[in-house]
Design a binder for this molecule. Sequence first.
Ligand SMILES: *Cc1c(COP(=O)(O)O)cnc(C)c1O
Length: 357
Amino acid sequence: MIGRPVSVSAAVTTIPSVVVDRVRDGLVHGLGSGIPFLDLPFSCPEITALMADVEMRLRRVLDIPPDYEVLFAQGGAYAHFALVAMNLLAEGEVADYVETGLWARRAIDEAAKVALVTVAASSAGNGYRAIPPVGEWRLSPDAAYLHITSTESAQGVQFRDFPELSGGPLVADMTGDFLTRPIDVSRFGLIYASAQKSLGAAGLTIVIIRRDLLRPHAAAIPAVFDYRRLVEARSRVNTPPVFALYLADEMLRWIEGEGGLPELAERRGRRCERLYRLLDSSPIFRCRVRPEYRSAVSLCFDAVDPGRHAAILGAAAAHGLEYLDGHPAVGGFRLAIHNGHAEDDIDRIAEFLESIK
Ligand SMILES: *Cc1c(COP(=O)(O)O)cnc(C)c1O
């Protein structure tokens, strides 16, 4: 094996080693209080200041306009598949969904349990290899919102650009590519993302919502999942996920120190281009997704000879690359490129892809 093993899993992010060092230290010294971080009650001034800092940094990094609220919710994106519908829909209202892969499908299924939803477009028929062309979306004239999934981390498709549409606001599950590129937040009514794919630890779900969408809704919602209550309580209806917030704060500091999202997106672009070029020129591998829809976060591909799958996974592990296996629902291989990967990690991945003959 070559050095320490590297995870290429799309299920979690990669924490840069400098962030790991800072957090290890912080756990002991506790935000300057001298009390170990996990011994701090959530209502203490240090945690209050920490939460304000995470919000400030998130607003700065994503350039979030002032008419948006930033919520630190829990439950993961999977919980918010239904919660978004419960929080946004008034009595009798419907929402449109675009089905682009496994996560969009789950968002539709969960929302359909609590609300009226319609599937405006789907790429299920072609195995989710492309995003349905916007011109073919059959939008409901009176939909309260249109839901998209910015990156399908299981299938490896990504919206490179977001559709310009009239009608209800755009709602996006951005878990798959949150904080990987600059986005124009003002084009969305609501954005939600689980933290573990970009900010560190599971347990924290970021919800960014335009204030005018915090209206009376049809559903009876438990207080901890009610976006209006979360706004009023400054995300402290109950105990917030303080460790995940602490890690998020350190990740945001790191992102800013690296030059922010424009710099990280450019770096990612170079890295992806290099790796997709290797995959496309390899006689062993085949990319599943059409080039214009390929994800810059989650690269999904197959062995041309499926009989070699297990041996290739073994070779990856011997090269120090762990968790290359595709999503269980999809198969094949999946290679996630995270903000926190070092250039050395990318070199190692490239060497591995070239070594398979
Ligand atoms: C991982 C993922 C989810 C699920 O996140 P949980 O935190 O496990 O609920 C939802 N959507 C997308 C796009 C994802 O990549």
